[in-house]
Design a protein around this ligand. Structure first.
Ligand code: SF4
Length: 384
């Protein structure tokens, strides 16, 4: 039996392996064609008709034609907080990916509806840690006799289910800006950390910012029995890194850095901590998306920058700073394909539907999951 073509994106890019969890991926009704020359005008008109009833959030990695309609731009956590600070807007349109819209739903008031214009805008990293896999991992830790010593920490880029798992077990969420503080807090509560789902952020923070060695870190592979680790390896490690990564940042290589340094001798290499360890150690500066933006903004005229993060953002930075030489670190790495699913047809469809008070593609986290995910998010806000 062949797999129906329309199911493929759901399995590959959606929230999990269950196509039913992504009902609504097909936009019913009148999704405008991408070739419609009136898309910008239609989006403008629908947004004007909605007025204060809608608040549009745009992630930094979003494409230009969409982000021009954002009321605020930022990283995922900043956007979720901005939405929560606008309770007067009953509709929140999240131009980002699924886990971000979930966080916005968790942090906004009950009467606010969060809409993701295309439900197939998932995140490959978040999808690398499912609830069942993480539960199974915890059983492995229990069997090894170490679960009581382990504090779970999850990156913001994870599903609400995983944030709730962490909240139930006394852990915290972290962002790429506060990962060090989150780990310091976690190590004040236990002797080991289970870091989900991005192995690179976990390793880079532990080794480069907290003085651990690479030998202190092991990688738990959810696709292998017992994570591919012996009880001894689990007991000896301090950082238990989940085998997950970002499909964009994970593609930069040490060779990309060597190549750009050979081509542009005075270049500054600036990368995101979701990049591999061997890339981060070669870079001049490492930091979150917000840090990258601020660094380029404050850089002197004439300076040269090779930036290792998502291409839409790097292009926007290059256009905004023509007096600086802002380049993409690797010419073969491309956009975040799932983020790019939010395009003008989907945005127009979402806004025009809301203007008729028809809520399409709502993101709703069930109350119990939302409660425990919020526990983990609140713990992050309370980090010393
Ligand atoms: S850039 Fe990476 S982490 Fe961010 S949404 Fe895309 S796949 Fe996920």
């Amino acid at each position: 039996m062949t797999t129906p073509v329309r199911d493929l994106p759901l399995l590959l890019l959606g929230r999990g392996a269950d196509p039913d969890s992504e009902r609504g991926v097909d936009c019913p009704g009148d999704l405008p064609p991408a070739s419609d020359p009136a898309l910008v005008e239609r989006a403008r008109a629908a947004k004007a008709a909605l007025g204060d009833r809608v608040f549009v959030l745009g992630h930094h990695y979003q494409r230009d034609e969409v982000i021009q309609f954002a009321d605020v731009t930022g990283d995922s956590f900043k956007l979720a907080r901005e939405a929560a600070a606008r309770p007067q807007a009953p509709y929140v349109v999240f131009c980002g990916v699924h886990f971000m819209a979930e966080s916005a739903d968790i942090l906004t008031a009950d009467h606010q509806r969060v809409v993701l214009p295309d439900l197939a805008a998932g995140c490959s990293m978040a999808d690398m840690a499912t609830f069942d896999q993480v539960e199974e991992c915890w059983e492995v830790l229990e069997d090894a006799g170490i679960a009581d010593e382990v504090v779970p920490v999850t990156y913001m880029n994870s599903s609400a289910d995983i944030k709730a798992f962490v909240g139930r077990r006394g852990g915290t969420v972290c962002t790429s800006s506060n990962a060090k503080r989150a780990l310091e807090w976690a190590f004040s509560k236990g002797s080991k950390v289970l870091f989900l789902p991005d192995q690179h952020l976990g390793r880079n923070t532990a080794v480069l910012q907290m003085g651990m060695s690479l030998d202190d870190c092991v990688v738990y592979d959810p696709h292998r029995p017992e994570g591919g680790l012996s009880p001894r390896q689990l007991r000896d490690a301090k950082m238990l890194l989940w085998r997950g990564h970002c499909s964009v940042h994970g593609r930069f290589t040490k060779e990309s850095v060597d190549e750009i340094r050979a081509r542009v001798p005075d270049v500054n290499v600036l990368v995101h901590p979701e990049c591999r360890h061997e890339v981060v150690v070669e870079a001049d500066l490492v930091g979150s998306t917000e840090y990258i933006i601020k660094t380029i903004e404050s850089a002197p005229s004439g300076s040269a920058w090779a930036v290792g993060t998502e291409l839409n953002l790097v292009r926007r930075l290059a256009n905004a700073h023509p007096d600086k030489n802002v380049m993409f670190l690797d010419r073969t790495v491309c956009f975040c394909s799932t983020m790019n699913r939010i395009d003008m047809p989907h945005l127009v469809w979402a806004l025009e539907s809301l203007a008729r008070d028809e809520v399409v593609n709502p993101i709703e986290v069930d109350p119990e999951t939302a409660h425990y995910a919020r526990v983990a998010l609140d713990q992050m806000l309370a980090l010393p």
